[in-house]
Design a protein around this ligand. Structure first.
Ligand code: CA
Length: 231
């Protein structure tokens, strides 16, 4: 049935939501981090995103806002705390399609997720382009086939890690991202790679998408800090 991304830092709530959605036939991908959630959401492949508002670091509202700003169109269900009326309104403004107030009945959650999953992709309230594609200059990168295409150029296959890094950078246009943050978001909990790994992967992206790797226009280095993506 549907594939659901669940971004929730409270372990008990996350476990219950996952259990109930799986019982309903959904595949659930869970993370407790807003940053990781945004990266996964942008990488695509989900029918519904379930975002908790209160998260350490990037909160659910910010995840929704950045996801929509990047053209993501997958329906979003926001989980808010009891009585957070302003948060609800802000959530809908940030691009959520529906919200549930904690504590909620699990049957209610399953029903809402099902309703959102029935929506055709691209017809969410916020509209926007398909989240299954990323753009770098004239290149279009499919997150489904993991191939980059450009008129008149042969297709370029990307590895899962290259795609995760690209999705992260594309989700933060014009922003400076520190190597450590990139590592944490694009490589998740696996801390074995070093910050040098990030440099190597950015170089790979440059070789794929820059006209001149010595004068990058999309993947810019900020010496001693990190990287900045320009579409
Ligand atoms: Ca929370």
């Amino acid at each position: 049935m549907s594939t659901v991304l669940l971004v929730e830092d409270e372990r008990l709530v996350a476990d219950m939501v996952r259990l109930n959605l799986e019982h309903a036939g959904c595949t659930v991908v869970h993370t407790d981090s807003g940053e990781v959630g945004l990266t996964k959401a942008v990488a695509g492949g989900f029918d519904v995103l379930v975002l908790d508002v209160m998260l350490p670091g990037m909160d659910g509202m910010e995840v929704a806002r950045r996801y929509r700003a990047g053209g993501g169109a997958t329906p979003i269900l926001m989980l808010t705390a009891r009585g957070e009326v302003p948060a609800r309104v802000a959530g809908l403004e940030a691009g959520a399609d529906d919200y549930l107030t904690k504590p909620f009945a699990m049957a209610e959650l399953v029903a809402r997720v099902r309703a959102l999953a029935r929506r055709a992709p691209g017809v969410s309230a916020a509209g926007g382009a398909s989240p299954r594609e990323l753009r770098v200059g004239a290149w279009v990168i499919s997150v489904v086939t993991r191939e980059a295409t450009r008129l008149g150029a042969p297709k370029v296959p990307l590895t899962e890690t290259e795609l995760a890094l690209l999705a992260l950078l594309v989700a933060h246009p014009g922003e400076v991202l520190a190597r450590a943050d990139i590592l944490e978001s694009a490589w998740g909990m696996d801390r074995s790679p070093t910050e040098r790994t990030v440099d190597n992967y950015v170089m790979r992206l440059r070789r794929m998408f820059e006209e001149d790797v010595n004068e990058p226009k999309h993947f810019l280095t900020l010496r001693g800090v990190g990287y900045r993506f320009e579409p």
